[in-house]
Structure formats: C-alpha cells, structure tokens
Design a protein around this ligand. Structure first.
Ligand SMILES: Cc1cc2nc3c(=O)[nH]c(=O)nc-3n(C[C@H](O)[C@H](O)[C@H](O)COP(=O)(O)OP(=O)(O)OC[C@H]3O[C@@H](n4cnc5c(N)ncnc54)[C@H](O)[C@@H]3O)c2cc1C
Ligand code: FES
Length: 245
C-alpha cells in the first residue's frame, strides 16, 4: 500500500461544475502519486469548525501532484467545496483503504451517482470489459466530457438507456463485477448476483468518523459470522459474499 501523506496545504487548482456534481482537482504534494483505484482520502476544510470532522472521498484520478475528486453536493462540506475559489486550500490525508485489485480489463464496472468516482479511476488505469454508470437524469457536459466510453443509463431515459445500471447485467458466475453506488443500487446488485456474489466486489460509501480504523464509526455487518468490518481500514472494497448491507 502507498504511504499515507497528510497535506495541510492542498491547493484547489481546477474546478468543473455539472449541476450537483463537481470535479475538483487539488495540488496535494504527491498524495495521489501511488494511489490505487478504490482508495480514498479524508478531506477537511481549512480552519472550519463546522463540520468538525473530515469527510471521505474516493480518488477520481491522480497524476503526479494532481489529485481529482468527483463530488456530489449533499451537505456542509460538499456545499462549501462548491463555493471555493481556485487557490483556496483544504487538508487532505491519504491514500487510505484497500482499493480494487487489478484484474486488468476483465471486469464489469458498475457505478451510480458519486459512486462512479473509484470506477473511473479503475477504468483509466486498468481498462474494463464494460463500464456501466447510472444517474437519475441527463447532466449536461458531464457524460460527453468524462464518460464517452461508458454505457450511460438514466432513470428517466433522458440520455443513454432508460432504467438502472443493474437492469443491464446478467447473473453469470464468470464475470467479475466491481461496483460502487447508493444502497438501493447495491441491494439490486445483490439480488441480481445472488448466485455469484463471490465474483462481485463493492466499494462502500458509509458514514465515517476518523477514516483510520480508530473510532469504530464505520462498521458494516459480516455476512458469514458475527461482528463487523471497519469500512475505512478493512475496506472500502469488500467481496459482496463477506458483507451484509
Ligand atoms: C470510502 C468513501 C468514499 C466516498 N467517495 C465519495 C465520492 O467520491 N464522492 C462523493 O460525493 N461522496 C463520496 N462519499 C460520501 C461522502 O463522504 C459523504 O456524502 C459526505 O458525508 C459528504 O459530506 P458533507 O459534509 O457534504 O455532508 P454532511 O453534512 O455530512 O451530510 C449530509 C447528509 O447526508 C447524510 N450522509 C452523509 N454521508 C452519508 C453516507 N455515506 N450515506 C448516506 N447518507 C449520508 C447525512 O446524514 C446528512 O443527512 C464517500 C464515502 C466513503 C465512505
Ligand atoms: S471511520 Fe473511524 S474506524 Fe472507520
């Protein structure tokens, strides 16, 4: 695993907004240099007491000093990020977590909403068999500029195919699936792949406290035995056969 780096002075150097989604690129003093797809960072707004805690975000891509995040505006940190100016600073710790194993281009990637972030990184670094992403509706500029090679599914059919990403996969044992997205999408995936969960891996976007395995604030139930995994330090990527959501 790449060494964790804490960058007190991560500078916002690029920002592209697409409705409630945004791509934010930071100069992070090498945090992203050896990061793996599926790993995440903890981001804390500079000198902000509200929110007090850092928030986890998957790495969307990284090149040299540049670390990009794909963020959905949902609450306090993300809203403040959307109103930040270039050259503003945040604190970033990472890379954290295990990430997706490199299975080259043998994998079907399935992402929903902000969950496309770690899969985009995988797709760019290792390739893919299919890359299927789902959003509620068309988002101008986003699909055309970043997801040209993905199969796009919108709930209302306003772009690509209509429905949910899980409508467009079959349950076969041999295909490996890497997925990340909202709970209903993961539940639908679990149902669809009930006979091949061991070939299905999910990255979980749970609530987190410390992000470092200390506070026990990110537990996910074990499927086969009693107890919990810690999403931050045991995951965030898990074989679906081991966890109960
Ligand atoms: C490993 C990991 C990777 C993630 N990657 C991304 C990413 O790439 N892009 C992205 O946009 N988000 C990602 N998230 C989710 C992100 O961390 C949360 O949305 C975060 O809480 C937003 O912070 P906020 O301060 O803006 O919202 P808050 O003010 O903390 O919360 C806003 C509202 O959302 C609820 N909420 C917060 N987090 C979650 C959650 N995980 N599930 C359900 N409800 C929640 C809160 O209860 C509250 O009602 C990831 C989470 C994890 C654990
Ligand atoms: S967030 Fe603290 S242990 Fe996982």
């Amino acid at each position: 695993m790449p060494q964790k780096i804490y960058s007190e002075n991560s500078l916002l150097i690029e920002r592209r907004i697409f409705g409630d989604f945004g791509i934010f690129v930071f100069d992070t003093q090498n945090i992203g240099k050896n990061a793996l797809p599926g790993q995440f960072i903890m981001l804390k707004l500079d000198d902000e007491k509200d929110p007090l805690l850092a928030r986890p975000f998957s790495i969307f891509y990284s090149e040299n000093n540049r670390l990009a995040l794909f963020i959905k505006k949902v609450g306090r940190t993300t809203s403040k990020l959307f109103s930040m100016n270039l050259e503003d600073r945040v604190k970033i710790l990472g890379p954290l977590g295990n990430g997706f194993e490199d299975k080259k281009d043998k994998v079907i990637l399935i992402g929903g909403g902000s969950g496309v972030a770690p899969l985009y990184f995988y797709a760019r670094k290792y390739g893919f068999l299919r890359f299927i992403i789902g959003f509620p509706t068309y988002i101008e500029g986003l699909f055309e500029n970043y997801f040209e090679d993905a199969e796009i599914i919108t709930e209302d059919g306003s772009y690509g195919k209509k429905g949910f990403p899980t409508d467009y996969i079959k349950d076969t044992n041999k295909e490996i699936i890497y997925a990340c997205g909202p709970l209903p999408m993961l539940k639908a995936l679990e149902e669809k792949r009930k006979y091949s969960l061991e070939n299905t891996y999910v990255s979980l976007e749970s609530m987190m406290g410390c992000g470092l395995g200390i506070c026990a604030g990110c537990g996910v139930k074990r499927r086969k035995e009693k107890g919990y995994f810690r999403v931050c330090s045991d995951g965030p990527v898990f074989p679906f056969s081991l966890i109960a959501i």
